[in-house]
Design a protein around this ligand. Sequence first.
Ligand code: HSE
Length: 308
Amino acid sequence: MKTNQVTVRIPATTANLGPGYDCIGMALDWWNEISIKVSDRPNVSIIGEGSSDLSLTEDNLVYRSARELLKRVKEDSQSLDITCHNTIPLARGLGSSAAAIVGGIFAANAVCGDLLDQDELLDLAVEIEGHCDNVAPALLGGCQIVVKDGEKVFCSAVNLANDIDVIIFVPDQPMSTKEGRALLPKEISRDDAVYNIGRFGMLVNSLSSGNLESLSISTRDRLHQPYREKIFPAMKYIIRSANNAGAIGAFLSGGGSSVTAFATSRTMTIGYEMADVADKIGIPGALKITKPSMLGSHVVINDKELKQ
Ligand code: HSE
């Protein structure tokens, strides 16, 4: 071990961006903080989101992920004392489990003197999480296209040409990603494949060129949102109200239940309209107005962000 203690920050993420199911995610300026100390006996403390739901034993996801990293680098003879300051709500499609996994392995790697490089960290995070679209931006920051080729994970960062606001309506009700994924058909029609491929290409091109007009159609989806509506019918009304109020695009965030809208103006109005329609159909929740974060996971020392 190179050091006894480290604190890291990990961003929330919004994934899929409409048509990019399991292939794209964006880091947000919204952070969890994890401190890891080498210790004689295991301990987990949680402050904030999940403090009354998450495990405080060695099966805690941050703890397990950190241990997995230590095993990889053959430094697993000691226990860890972990403190999580969580602000990312759980089971709302905002990458809370990706933040736990990435935070655990990133902090443990820092404690060991960065024995694994970024590619190895990403492969390990994907191995633990199962899909890549939240863990890649949580680790690397920015907007990341991510694909798996065999066991290897490849990322490509999307340049964001414009300064966009990210408006997120976070329902009080959680939504199970597992349940949502179970609703998706094993096969899709050629029409639906063409619908999504075209929109995904256009979405990436819009974000990187700054020609944002096409986002209103290129954030539409036929691969997962229509099926997930079965367990969250309100999503289409919240998406529609965001678009009607002036959003440049809106979609279900990851596996839900949050809905994300992008905007270059009228930000507060869009947020108000999303929350208002949700309230009228019996879906109370909270609004978060944020921005994409180019910074991914990083070590914090004395409140100064020292490295990525
Ligand atoms: N791409 C994943 C899904 C994201 O849609 O299930 C989960 O947050």
